[in-house]
Design a protein around this ligand. Structure first.
Ligand SMILES: *Cc1c(COP(=O)(O)O)cnc(C)c1O
Length: 815
């Protein structure tokens, strides 16, 4: 917003004293949160227990020149006053009139739980396509709502606002300020509320928000909600969502069965989505998002795509591997009843037998009565924690309500120093705290100690990227993941394991050894060996690996081995055909002989495939078409000769992105999993799955004329600071990117590598930046990106990744 004092006084019927031409674009109500006095007015709110007038002097000391209050007070120098009868009503009136100035589609969200999550998710879904304004944090009260509405400006097309109430009759006021076009009712909780008689009363009050809405989207799993909405709002467009089958948007299958994707019905239509976190609250919230997106005219494919974007916040609870076999779930994002409930749902997903809870004061101000903590304790007692650590003066007083073994601490430091926390082992530890308690300090202490230089692999990002590629394909198309060369340098088992867990159809390795290692660790998914060396045929057979057969010669040699080993079962093999890559492959002229030879062999051709040479090239579209046509022609001959139809596959990651028309029955994803695509618009949707990072070992002052490193290849041309980092060419950084060819990122900015790169170290010119030893340094992904880094090295991401030496510790994050 931006109004002059004069305009504001006029539209709100207020009196004005002083310079009425001053402009207002912010309204501050808490002097501790005044970050700028420019165009800011301080509003002195009057509440039952406090008066903002006490803080006017404070605001003026901070440079504020405009005060909105019920009366003037003496000030040392003249300021501008807007005198109002009731400051809160003034704000509400201003917000109402402000909103009327815009032609904006409005969504109003109310309910007992989930308002903030639904709002944030919707924002993420819509923000790519529309200019969206939303309530900050969970600003949904009598005060929060008008302040949120005042953030609307001309550029916005959609506004998503939370609306909350705490007392009877408040919704009438909220509704008079903001009457949303689309109303969303999230959830009817049993959460205690001292101010209402019963659930029904709360519900009726909340539903008043929809008095003038056109569309109401509501959680139809609650009979009461369904009945009341249908009774009061029969004339509106009503859409329900929920787990139960009668809802417009509902689940078709059992969401607890992780072996299946979640199948959602939208009226007569169905969509399938992959969901990681399958707690009831998350699923319900997703269904709500589906219902809203549908009303905003999104197509089903778009909805699937949007839902895949939600992954990162769906998992805002961070899980970290701890010392002593502990698993730490850190949720210090916020602490209120909503989020506590969600955390409790979330940890049910984990298999760890023993569970501990760290819980702090709620910091809810006047809400935090004895009754409130009694409710918290009740909710907690149902979760069967083995031990509970209560942190804070307030919650400690109510230890008696908690049934389990419990300990109290006045602050986080006391807890960290205690023996009880050190004794925990083989447990899940849920950290649930208000920001103020900085539980992340505890997390850092409980977490497994970190290495300085790591290649960090984000397994969730890999799944996300796979889903993005899947969304480009028909639902029936199978997918093989190429995990060759230690999954492009990222790691073997960890990645294969999560892919197997998510039902990838095939894994592809280059050499038999790689496949053997996976089998030994328990991977049972079919594995194709792309380069089956003759010397490895025995282990291929022993470990149930499936060879790529790329010539008549190889077919016969492999078959000889099967006979020699007396293998009785029909052995699965895969035909790779030559279509234009000229690397490995069965040639057109060999087909007849191959078919002939196969007649006496006990093998089954599971798949027939080929590889595109230029799927990532704009200029080779014709050649790709030529290869695809060759593939169709030669594979047809093979199929005819075989008398059955194996799975056909041709596309690598770039192929999926650029030529989905050639998807046949399966595709082979590789670099795409890692977040790299040759198709820019698809790359935008991918998440980086790998980050190579280290920390500054030492910072040195280098004077003008001083030299850095071997052979004095860098001479400082002015006084500067040089940071030494513990990564060198033995870690896989090419020596050729020293001497200011390559850059690293510190604090999001790029700094050049100076001098020659050493075996285990290199030096960075950080100018006069105020970094400290131990600060994080990004080799790639972030700034610079992996693609940038590849350019310094004059190569492609594939080579960069596979060159990172094995001594660099790989760590895997899975949230
Ligand atoms: C490596 C490989 C792939 C994957 O290629 P990307 O470009 O990483 O997607 C697919 N098919 C074959 C035969 C491969 O060797």
């Amino acid at each position: 917003m931006k109004y002059s004092c004069e305009e504001i006084a006029k539209i709100t019927n207020s009196q004005i004293f002083g310079d009425s031409t001053l402009m207002i674009s912010n309204i501050a109500y808490d002097t501790r949160k005044i970050f700028t006095h420019k165009e800011t007015a301080f509003i002195a709110l009057e509440t039952e227990i406090n008066s903002g007038r006490k803080y006017i002097q404070n605001a003026i000391n901070k440079g504020i020149e405009i005060i909105i209050s019920t009366e003037k007070i003496e000030t040392p120098h003249p300021i501008t006053w807007i005198i109002v009868e009731n400051p809160l009503e003034f704000l509400q009136k201003l917000a109402r009139i402000h909103l009327q100035n815009f032609d904006i589609n409005t969504i109003g969200i109310t309910g007992s739980n989930g308002k903030t999550i639904i709002k944030e998710w919707l924002f993420l879904c819509l923000n790519d396509d529309l200019s969206v304004v939303k309530s900050p944090k969970s600003f949904n009260s009598q005060l929060g709502l008008p302040l949120s509405l005042l953030e609307i400006s001309k550029k916005h097309q959609v506004g998503i606002f939370e609306v909350g109430i705490s007392k009877p009759n408040e919704m009438d006021i909220q509704e008079s300020v903001f009457s949303p076009k689309i109303g969303v009712f999230t959830y009817l909780g049993s959460a205690h509320s001292a101010n209402f008689e019963n659930q029904n009363e709360i519900l009726l009050e909340k539903l008043k928000l929809f008095k003038n809405s056109e569309i109401i989207i509501y959680n139809g799993d609650f009979n009461l909600v369904e009945t009341e909405i249908k009774k009061s709002y029969a004339d509106k467009k009503l859409f329900s969502f929920g787990l139960k089958k009668h809802n417009f948007v509902h689940l078709e299958n059992d969401f607890n069965n992780k072996n299946e994707d979640v199948l959602i019905s939208i009226g007569e239509e169905k969509i399938k989505i992959q969901v990681e976190n399958r707690d009831e609250a998350t699923i319900s919230n997703m269904l709500c998002i589906v219902a809203v997106l549908k009303q905003l005219d999104y197509k089903n494919e778009e909805i699937i795509q949007k839902l895949s974007l939600l992954k990162p916040i769906e998992m805002r609870l961070e899980s970290v591997v701890g010392e002593n076999d502990n698993l730490i779930i850190n949720d210090s994002f916020n602490l209120d009843l909503d989020s506590l409930y969600i955390s409790y749902q979330f940890i049910k997903e984990y298999r760890k037998q023993k569970r501990c809870l760290v819980l702090t004061d709620f910091m809810e101000g006047k809400d935090s009565s004895e009754n409130f903590y009694k409710y918290v304790a009740n909710l907690t007692n149902q979760q069967n924690f083995d031990k509970i650590f209560l942190v804070g003066e307030e919650i400690s007083q109510y230890q008696k309500f908690f049934n389990n073994e419990s300990y109290t601490f006045l602050n986080t430091k006391q807890l960290i120093d205690s023996q009880q926390i050190k004794d925990i082992n083989n447990s899940l530890i849920l950290l649930k705290g208000a920001r103020k308690f900085t539980l992340e300090k505890l997390k850092n202490i409980l977490a497994l100690q970190k290495h300085d230089t790591v290649l960090e692999v984000n397994l969730n990002a890999i799944l996300h990227n796979i889903n993005i590629h899947k969304s480009l394909l028909k639902p029936t198309t199978k997918m093989m993941a190429m995990v060759k060369a230690y999954t492009y340098g990222l790691g073997n088992y960890e990645i294969a394991e999560i892919l197997q867990h998510h039902h990838i159809d095939y894994l592809g390795v280059a050499y038999a050894d790689e496949g053997v290692e996976l089998r030994k660790k328990g991977i049972t998914t079919p594995i194709i060996v792309m380069n089956p060396e003759q010397s490895s045929y025995s282990s291929i057979i022993e470990y149930d690996l499936e060879p790529e057969i790329y010539s008549l010669r190889v077919l016969n040699l492999f078959h000889d081995k099967l006979i020699e080993k007396g293998i009785q079962k029909t052995y699965p093999i895969h035909f790779k055909i030559e279509t234009g890559m000229h690397r490995l492959g069965i040639k057109d002229f060999e087909v007849a002989d191959i078919i002939d030879n196969l007649k006496d062999m006990n093998v089954s051709v599971e798949t027939i495939f080929s590889h595109l040479s230029s799927a990532d090239s704009e200029t080779e579209k014709e050649y790709t078409k030529f290869q695809a046509n060759n593939f169709i022609e030669i594979s047809s001959k093979l199929i005819e000769g075989l008398g059955y139809k194996p799975i056909l596959h041709l596309l690598n990651s770039s192929g999926i992105a650029n030529y989905p028309e050639y998807q046949f029955d399966m595709v082979r994803i590789g670099i795409g999993m890692i977040g790299i695509s040759s198709n820019e618009s698809i790359e935008k949707k991918l998440i980086n799955a790998v980050e190579f990072k280290t920390v500054i070992s030492q910072i040195s002052e280098v004077k003008k004329g001083d030299s850095v490193g071997y052979n004095r290849n860098y001479i400082a041309n002015e006084n500067t600071l040089v940071a030494t980092i513990p990564v060198g060419y033995a870690d896989g950084i090419p020596r050729s990117i020293g001497n200011q060819v390559g850059y690293v990122g510190i604090n999001k900015k790029l700094f050049p590598i100076v001098g020659n790169i050493c075996m285990d170290m290199m030096m960075i010119n950080i100018g006069d930046n105020n970094f400290i030893e131990g600060d994080e340094v990004i080799l790639f992904n972030g700034n610079p990106t992996l693609k940038d880094f590849s350019k310094y090295c004059n190569t492609i991401p594939y080579e960069v990744l596979t060159s990172i030496s094995q001594r660099v510790k790989r760590i895997y994050i899975k949230k």
